[in-house]
Design a protein around this ligand. Structure first.
Ligand code: WQD
Length: 341
């Protein structure tokens, strides 16, 4: 079966995707520099699939190492590229770190893929490219707006680099997957989200508050023009998201793509407010969550949820798991990581 490279394969979405690739019989090679992940994730993946992926600790910023890797693995048929820095706030403080780590590395990988007789490339992009979209739900034709952060800008630039390369390299086919909000964990609780330090994202902050690591969840604003005043997002279960990557890769491997470069929004198609997420968590966990309403967070958009028609009809993929499924799995994972408190 084809050999697939997963960069950032020990990360949150990467590790769940490796498991789904292995389930489909692919041979997986993981590159990760362990800057935002733990080598223990490799054991978690193996515990689920029974197959240990090939792992190479490598920093994609080191171009000679990237060249040597591809010289060693000439039989790679596809790449799913997750490796990138992804903290919005940090990117504002450290733009050059983000442009180097998210852009240079993409260029180095594409230069290697250009040398192969053919290559399929899946790019981890984000709904952040839409900024505050004018219409809900958001389709792939919604205008890409001026990025609100260097992180978001690296996703926009990354898509443009891939699009321009595919135009002149006929052997390269690519799909950019624009994620909405990935949440949850694998039902086996062998892998899940492992945020380092204080979580920036809502769901890990909820589970860490519930288990007692954080004192209280701050809900950033309840004066937005939404049903309950809190921001609305499209929370997609990470296992559904992982499956979408396998489906997208197979679209390219089996030459079912309609163009050399395509984009797909990956969400559930349903918007959920912050308070609806809190209520879902309390329902599935049986825990009362300690939270308070505070001021708005700089840079938050009011509402973002996906129009899933293109992914459903053309990609042949639809999310299967619910918000409750995601919150339940996130809670079980938190309990496992913290020793079942
Ligand atoms: C969701 C909602 C917050 C924390 C970001 C990136 C996006 C993608 C996913 C990488 C918002 C509210 C949050 C908290 C809160 N990342 N919130 N209290 O900002 O939609 O998206 O993560 O690809 O690119 O932009 O996700 O989880 O940070 O916030 O009230 O302690 O929860 O205001 O409304 P976001 P998030």
């Amino acid at each position: 079966m084809d050999k697939i490279l997963v960069t950032g394969g020990l990360g949150f979405i990467g590790s769940h995707t490796v498991v789904e690739l292995q389930k489909e019989g692919y041979e997986v090679v993981i590159i990760d520099n362990l800057s935002n992940s733990s080598i223990s994730v490799l054991d978690g993946i193996t515990a689920i699939s029974g197959k240990k992926p090939i792992f190479e600790k490598l920093d994609l910023k080191d171009r000679p190492d990237v060249e040597a890797f591809f010289a060693k693995h000439k039989d790679i048929k596809g790449v799913i590229h997750f490796a990138a820095s992804k903290a919005v706030g940090e990117s504002v403080k450290e733009p050059l770190l983000y442009y180097e780590n998210n852009i240079n590395t993409l260029v180095y990988i594409l230069k290697e893929l250009k040398k192969l007789p053919e290559a399929s490339f899946i790019f981890s992009s984000s709904c952040t490219v839409y900024g505050q979209a004018d219409e809900m739900p958001i389709t792939e034709n919604a205008p890409v707006k001026a990025a609100e952060s260097p992180y978001g800008n690296t996703k926009q630039i990354g898509e443009e680099i891939i699009r321009d390369t595919c135009k002149v390299v006929p052997s390269l086919k690519a799909i950019a997957l624009r994620y909405f909000n990935p949440v949850g964990a694998h039902e086996s609780v062998n892998i899940g989200e492992l945020p380092i330090g204080v979580p920036q994202n809502l769901v890990p902050f909820i589970t860490q508050t519930a288990i007692g690591i954080r004192e209280q969840l701050s809900v950033f604003g309840d004066d937005y023009p939404t049903a309950d005043g809190t921001c609305v997002r499209d929370y997609i279960h990470v296992v559904d998201l992982a499956n979408a990557h396998v489906v997208a890769l197979e679209r390219l491997l089996k030459n079912k793509n309609k163009a050399n470069y395509e984009t797909f929004n990956l969400g559930t198609g349903t918007g959920s407010s912050v308070l609806e997420v809190v209520n879902s968590f309390e329902k599935v966990s049986g825990k009362k969550l300690n939270y308070k309403i505070v001021g708005r967070r700089e840079g938050d958009v009011i509402s973002a949820y996906a129009d899933t028609k293109k992914a459903n009809d053309e990609l042949g993929w639809k999310s299967q798991l619910t918000l409750d499924d995601a919150m339940r799995s996130a809670w079980h994972w938190e309990q496992k990581v913290r020793g079942n408190k």
